[in-house]
Design a protein around this ligand. Sequence first.
Ligand code: ZN
Length: 287
Amino acid sequence: MKIIDAHAHLCHEPEGIDALVESGVFEQIWLMDLSGVGSLGSLRFAEQKELLRTVRNYPGFFLAFGYIDLDHARPDEVSRLRDLGFCGLKPYKQLRPYSHEIYFPLYARAQELGMPILFHTGLIAQGTPYDGRVTHAFGPENMRPVHLAGVAEAFPELIILAGHQGYPYLEEMEHNLYYYKNICGDISGYLRSVPRLNEILDRRAHDGTDRFFNEKLLFATDEFYGNEASNARALRLAKFWESYFEFIGGLYYRWGLPEEQEKFFHGNAERLRARFLSQKKSLREFH
Ligand SMILES: [Zn+2]
């Protein structure tokens, strides 16, 4: 079974991508552009052009989500990102909660263009300290999962991907999965809460779709592809989750049945992809 990694990033001057593609483990990797965010410690993110170039160099293997500055962008920026080749959006550390109405024109444009938004939820890596200018938020408060409920209600056709399942605000994320058909989650960074997954993957949603939680969660690594250590770790993470689904799920739970496993590693992401790539203004080059 080939895997779709639904939440990852790219380093500046990426290396080892050929080997990653040739490993045969991944069918596709969705790259979140963080070029507008700066750096994380010594880690430098790929620039926007660099990320788009990498996507173009490996047709079909990557999909790109463009960084959007929610506090300063206007709706035309959403369209511009779409025209550049980004199929989705990725905000980060905005100044107000995700559900603040000031962001609604941006969400409305994304919904209209069929662009999914991957929202970070929960704990966040520490960035640079306050320096007298406030250009972004600090800490996880504005990115709590509960704020996505309002976005989902206001924009029922917007495809909302909640990164990391919102740790440690797991109850809020489970509420979202339960009630909103347009919220899915990715499990990157969720290793600390794996025991919780045993229980919730078989939980039935109440979102009008007849789905279980294992049909609303996506495999993801959140790795920064392009350096050898990250590339290798992503391959090990894929093995870890495959083993978890086989040896825990396969023995004790409905979500471990082979056809259910397939949804987590591939099918759920494939269905979403089919939706956002089939929009009227289709991204032909990425099909
Ligand atoms: Zn990430």
